[in-house]
Design a protein around this ligand. Structure first.
Ligand SMILES: [Zn+2]
Length: 320
C-alpha cells in the first residue's frame, strides 16, 4: 500500500493542510481559518478533523496515512511534541502529539515552521537528493533550517537554525529578539527597507525617496529601482547581501552544506539578489568550505512548509 502523509502548516490567520505521497509530491491541499481563538487543545483537534476531511476528499483511506506533521511558529518542545509558546497564536503548553495521536491514530510530529520548510525543500524541492543543506527564508525576518547528514538539527532547546540572529554588525539596529545587529536587521525585507530609508536621507535624488517618505516602500520597490539603474537601491541590496553572505560563510565552516536554498518573498528578485549574494559568499568563505557549494532559489514556494511538515514523522526515510 502506497504511504501518504498529511502536513499542517499553522499560521496566525490560516492553517494550510496538504496530503503528500512518499516522494514528497503534494496530492491535494486545503486551508482553514486559524483556530487561534479556540483553546489550544480544541484548536489542535479542529486541525485533526480537517486532516481527516482532506484525506477523504483526496480519496485516501485514513489507514493509508502513515503520519501527520505540524509546522508551528514559535517555541516548542520538539521531542515530546509540545507547544511551549507560539507567536501570533495565544496557546501555551499544548501537548499536540499526545492529543492528535489519540484523535488520529497515527504517529504525529511537530517542528517549527522554518525547519518544516527546510525539510520540504530537501525532500522534493530545490534540495532533492541532498542530505546536507541549509534553507534561508527571507521575509519580514530571516528564518532558517539546517539539515546535516539527512537530519534536521535541533540542538539543546530547539534553537538550532535560528540563523537570522547571527550577529553581523556590532551595535547595529535593534532586532525583534532584543539583541542588536542580527543579520535579520539587515538582510530581511524589513531590514532592507530600513537601510533604504537611511540611505535616502542623504540622497533625495534616489527613486526610492518618495515611497521612503510616505512609508510605503517595500523590498520589491528596492529591487525594481536597482534594475532601473538607481545607485542607492543597488547599494542597499549590496549591503544586505554582503551581510547574508558573511553569515553563510560562518555556517559553511560549521556544517559545510552542499547547498544553501534561499526562499521567501525577497528571493523572488532572482539574479538581482543571487548575483551579489554569491559574490559576497565567495569573498568571505574559506575556499575549502565554499568549493562546489550551490546557492539556489527555493522551488516549493508557499507549499514548502506543508510538504515538509508532512515529512516530519518520516525524516529518517525521506532524506537519503
Ligand atoms: Zn535577533
Amino acid at each position: 500500500m502506497e504511504k501518504t502523509f498529511v502536513g499542517i502548516d499553522v499560521g496566525g490567520t490560516t492553517v494550510k493542510l496538504g496530503i503528500v505521497d512518499s516522494n514528497g509530491e503534494l496530492l491535494r491541499k486545503t486551508e482553514i481559518p486559524s483556530p487561534a481563538d479556540e483553546g489550544g487543545e480544541e484548536g489542535i483537534r479542529l486541525m485533526g478533523k480537517a486532516a481527516r476531511r482532506l484525506a477523504e476528499a483526496s480519496g485516501t483511506p485514513w489507514e493509508q496515512v502513515a503520519g501527520v506533521g505540524l509546522g508551528l511558529p514559535g517555541f516548542l518542545d520538539i521531542p515530546s511534541g509540545k507547544i511551549l509558546r507560539l507567536t501570533n497564536i495565544p496557546w501555551e503548553n499544548v501537548p499536540v502529539k499526545e492529543v492528535l495521536e489519540e484523535e488520529l491514530n497515527v504517529p504525529v510530529a511537530i517542528d517549527n515552521d522554518a525547519n518544516a520548510a527546510a525539510l520540504g525543500e530537501a525532500w522534493s524541492g530545490a534540495g532533492r537528493g541532498l542530505t546536507d543543506l541549509i534553507c534561508i527564508t527571507l521575509g519580514t525576518g530571516v528564518g532558517g533550517g539546517v539539515i546535516t547528514g539527512g537530519r534536521l538539527v535541533h540542538g539543546l532547546s530547539g534553537a538550532a537554525g535560528e540563523i537570522g540572529h547571527i550577529q553581523v554588525e556590532e551595535g547595529g539596529a535593534l532586532c525583534g529578539c532584543g539583541k542588536r545587529g542580527c543579520v535579520e536587521t539587515v538582510a530581511s525585507a524589513t531590514g532592507m527597507v530600513r537601510l533604504a530609508k537611511e540611505a535616502v536621507a542623504s540622497d533625495s535624488e534616489s527613486q526610492l525617496a518618495p515611497k521612503a517618505k510616505d512609508g510605503s516602500l517595500s523590498a520589491r520597490d528596492i529591487f525594481a529601482a536597482s534594475e532601473a539603474g538607481d545607485e542607492t537601491a543597488r547599494e542597499v541590496i549590496e549591503t544586505a547581501m554582503d551581510a547574508l553572505g558573511r553569515m553563510m560563510s560562518v555556517l559553511s565552516v560549521i556544517t559545510n552544506p552542499a547547498a544553501f536554498i534561499v526562499g521567501g518573498g525577497v528571493s523572488r528578485a532572482g539574479e538581482l539578489l543571487f548575483a551579489p549574494l554569491r559574490r559576497a559568499y565567495e569573498k568571505y568563505t574559506l575556499s575549502f568550505a565554499a568549493d562546489g557549494v550551490q546557492i539556489l532559489p527555493a522551488r516549493l514556494g508557499n507549499d514548502a512548509g506543508v510538504i515538509g511538515a508532512a515529512g516530519l514523522t518520516a525524516e529518517r526515510e525521506i532524506l537519503r
